[in-house]
Design a protein around this ligand. Structure first.
Ligand SMILES: [Zn+2]
Length: 245
């Protein structure tokens, strides 16, 4: 084997991380497509919790998409790995448990180029799931930023601006992007998202009023309104609507 050939299939781990709206999935798809153009066999995986848009595709917010396989646990990736796969993409890596680190390492030692994308921090600004460990073992880390909707600076944090209805305290609710926005360190407020909309109509109105005062620039407020309308109605009225529907 020549010197060149030895390094032909050297495996590495790359991590693309950042806040919501920073273009992580877009960057993951770009890297996968680049490998496909070079006729390298690729496989893309995502946790099955992420069922927004499509179960068979990894899709970014602007509808760019690529075929993917949803797996319920990280180890399934090893079972589903096909012969001759050279590049493995893994989206929403923050939703896996720590075994994703072991899986990524195994893939890299097999000579596979692994690209993982995920949120480095949850909406509280705390390290998210296995991401810190993935960042530690990766050869290459790309940290993307979004734009802070409040001040326009580069945004590193995901701000939860309200608690999605029926949310039992999840770290990030998948597919509920209108409840989140990107903010910088200084505009990020971990306590803001605790304002609940899931209680009585009176509380919802109060929460809305206080948001209009404290968060007048929140770009997502108008998007939230349709979600909140049913909640603003008294239960009896909702019940009546259901009967007449
Ligand atoms: Zn800011």
């Amino acid at each position: 084997m020549t010197y060149r050939a030895q390094f032909k299939f050297q495996g590495i781990i790359e991590v693309v991380c950042g806040s919501m709206f920073s273009g992580k999935t877009e960057e993951l798809l770009r890297r996968i497509k680049r490998a496909q153009i070079a006729r390298q066999k690729t496989q893309v995986f995502k946790p099955s919790i992420d069922n927004r848009y499509s179960v068979e595709h990894v899709q970014s917010h602007d509808s760019n998409k690529i075929a993917s396989q949803a797996v319920s646990k990280a180890m399934d990736i090893l079972d589903l790995l096909e012969d001759n796969t050279r590049v493995v993409g893994i989206d929403e890596a923050q939703f896996f448990d720590d075994t994703i680190v072991e899986v990524a390492q195994k893939l890299a030692y097999r000579g596979i180029h692994v690209v993982l994308a995920g949120l480095d921090m949850d909406y509280l600004g705390q390290p998210f799931g296995p991401m810190p460990k993935l960042l530690a073992v990766a050869e290459d880390v790309t940290k993307l930023s979004a734009v802070c909707v409040t001040c326009g600076s580069p945004a590193s944090r995901t701000q939860r601006i309200a608690t999605p209805l029926g949310d039992g305290g999840n770290k990030v609710v998948v597919g509920a992007q209108e409840f989140y926005e990107a903010r910088c360190r200084f505009c990020h407020d971990p306590n803001l998202g605790n304002l609940g909309f899931s209680k009585t109509p009176e509380e919802t109105v109060k929460t809305l009023q206080s948001m209009l005062v404290t968060e007048p620039k929140s770009a997502n407020l108008p998007n939230l309104l349709p979600n909140l309308l049913p909640n603003l109605l008294p239960d009896s009225l909702n019940e009546e609507k259901r009967i007449h529907a």
